[in-house]
Design a binder for this molecule. Structure first.
Ligand code: MG
Ligand code: MG
Ligand code: MG
Length: 309
């Protein structure tokens, strides 16, 4: 039996890592030789979560050539393992819009419009009547709280809340809110990180109307935590832009408590911002009230705006 590698996206977030681990565990319980992998360094939140539940950090995968792959938490080629096209993708489990990954053969493809891949995986565990180990339940809960920003994000569904409550019981987490705040404090840690680290901590590339567009996000419990790093971050964004691959770079600085985002922008066509969000770009950013979700509140309006440029 050949090993199957379960991989989330590049610039991994807590869901990308925890979904890979939880789904590999699920497939192992169903008799597959499945191993979780990561496509990059863990962010401080994910480090906190794995440590808290005593789960080892997955191996780094730098090249998918010749491997069997299960893809979780994305289906965009720009976010997939290097040389995914020389690998065999046998399953995809996700909760985003359908991306551009394709396969020559029919595969198991499950995508649900819920707040987190780990919600989908919980549904699969339940469907097959497979027991979830305590520590795996803990990291799945963490991923749901992270992706839905403690159920405050517009991506949250009743399904996320229900499955999270069940996972909290298994994991022995009595106060989900208090636990989420601990996690978000870990997530907000920017100390000792270079501006480039921060830009790429949670960064996704898209192709919008033929143009390469990068959208990053930094989530913190209070935006004042970024006061000192904002200028260096913006200067570094300029450098990233000068490297030439991308038409536009957006960085969401999201305040988890205020439930709003300052969007830093560098673009060949800055007018795209007003088109997308109805507010003109002031110097380098726009303030977006009630915006916390990249996939529901930032990427779709940008795609529309790019299509109409
Ligand atoms: Mg993710
Ligand atoms: Mg996710
Ligand atoms: Mg996220």
């Amino acid at each position: 039996m050949s090993t199957v590698y379960v991989a989330g996206h590049k610039s991994p977030d807590t869901d990308a890592i925890c979904a890979a681990i939880a789904y590999a565990e699920f497939k192992k319980k169903r008799g597959m030789d499945a191993v979780p992998v990561r496509l990059g360094d863990l962010n401080p939140e994910t480090q906190f979560v794995l440590k808290k539940f005593g789960i080892p950090v997955p191996e780094l995968m730098t090249d998918a050539t010749g491997k069997k792959l299960i893809i979780v938490d994305h289906s965009e080629t720009t976010q997939s393992p290097d040389n995914f096209d020389k690998a065999e993708i046998i399953e995809i489990v996700d909760h985003h819009k359908i991306g551009d990954l394709t396969t020559p053969n029919p595969i198991f493809f499950l995508s649900m419009p819920v707040g987190c891949t780990c919600t989908v995986i919980k549904i699969l565990y339940d469907y097959f009547g497979i027991e979830i180990p305590k520590e795996i339940a803990g990291i799945m809960l963490s991923a749901i709280l992270s992706d839905t920003v403690m159920f405050k994000s517009v991506t949250t569904t009743d399904e996320d809340k229900k499955r999270a409550e069940e996972l909290a019981k298994i994991a022995g987490i009595e106060d989900m809110q208090a636990y989420a705040m601990e996690m978000f404090k870990a997530k907000s840690d920017v100390a000792g990180k270079t501006p480039r680290d921060l830009i790429f901590r949670d960064f996704k590339d898209y192709v919008m109307s033929g143009k390469k567009v990068g959208v990053g996000q930094l989530e913190v419990v209070d935006l004042s935590l970024l006061d000192e790093v904002k200028d260096p971050i913006y200067e570094e964004m300029k450098k990233v832009k000068e490297e030439g691959e991308r038409h536009s770079i957006f960085l969401m600085l999201t305040d988890i408590m205020k439930e709003a985002t300052e969007l830093l922008v560098i673009s060949d066509e800055p007018a795209v911002v007003e088109k997308a969000f109805g507010v003109p770009l002031k110097e380098r950013s726009v303030w977006l009230e009630k915006v916390m979700s990249r996939k529901k509140q930032v990427v779709p309006p940008l795609e529309k705006a790019f299509a109409s440029l």
